[in-house]
Design a protein around this ligand. Structure first.
Ligand code: AP5
Ligand code: MG
Length: 217
């Protein structure tokens, strides 16, 4: 199964992507996670990405496209993958089409998670992530069992630097300007499935798997 999950910041892409990747036994490729991992390791890529991420802006297309290209040729992507947070511009979507064409493959579905702006801000500002393994929590909607400690690895649970309210508002603006046109892009190719992301996490997951199917039909 070759899937893309898209939606505005805080829509629940990462939360659902972990569950979808497990359901279909495919790797979860999040460009945001790749940048955060690089930043943690202090690589030049991480430091470059931070300049944009902290302002709520997109990292330049050519940087992101190279990373995704390198990732998709890895062995574990042979039987499918789930892209989370990529593509995010029409230029990135075009580049992805070319990369997949060269590999003689195409996307099966693009999952669009739909959530109202007020809910997005609440979700992103209340989000907490594990500094160790990256597991995602929410102070109200999905808290860790022990405050400040990850359920999975007992790592420290912290707030992402770009989850301050003013940065979240900027990220939503950037999404509306640069990423929203992709809905039409994938709709016109017959790939888009839109899911109401305002239900609770398990219900959203069930709606996604129902819409995506088993991949054999
Ligand atoms: P990225 O990491 O991709 O961030 P994003 O797209 O802004 O999305 P988020 O990760 O904030 O939200 P999400 O939809 O994953 O929500 P989550 O599941 O965590 O990108 C970060 C930055 O990297 C970008 O701003 C950009 O600078 C750069 N970047 C990345 N990719 C790029 C690209 N392709 N091109 C250029 N630049 C790029 O959920 C949010 C919260 O809500 C959590 O607390 C969760 O517990 C809670 N929650 C989830 N679902 C529900 C639910 N159904 N009900 C209640 N609470 C819920
Ligand atoms: Mg995410």
């Amino acid at each position: 199964m070759r899937l893309v999950i898209m939606g505005p910041p805080g829509a629940g892409k990462g939360t659902q992507a972990v569950m979808i990747a497990e359901e279909y036994s495919i790797p979860h490729i999040s460009t945001g996670d790749i940048f955060r991992k690089n930043l943690k390791e202090g690589t030049p890529l991480g430091l470059k990405a931070k300049e944009y991420m902290d302002k709520g802006l997109l990292v330049p297309d050519e940087v992101v496209v190279e990373i995704v290209k390198d990732r998709l040729v890895k062995d574990d992507c042979k039987d499918g993958f789930l892209l989370d947070g990529f593509p995010r511009t029409v230029a990135q979507a075009n580049a992805l089409d070319h990369v997949l064409e060269d590999m003689n493959m195409g996307l099966d579905k693009v999952i669009n998670i739909d959530v109202d702006k007020d809910v997005l801000i609440q979700r992103a500002v209340g989000r907490r992530v594990c500094a160790g393994c990256g597991a995602t929590y929410h102070v109200r909607f999905n808290p860790s069992k022990k405050v400040g400690e990850c359920d999975v690895c007992a790592g420290k649970v912290i707030q992402r630097d770009d989850d301050r309210e003013e940065t979240v508002v900027k990220r939503i603006e950037v999404y509306l300007e640069q990423t929203l046109p992709l809905i039409q892009y994938y709709k016109s190719r017959g790939l888009l499935v839109s899911i109401n992301g305002e239900h609770e996490i398990q219900r959203v997951f069930e709606d996604i798997t129902r819409a995506v199917g088993s991949g054999s039909e």
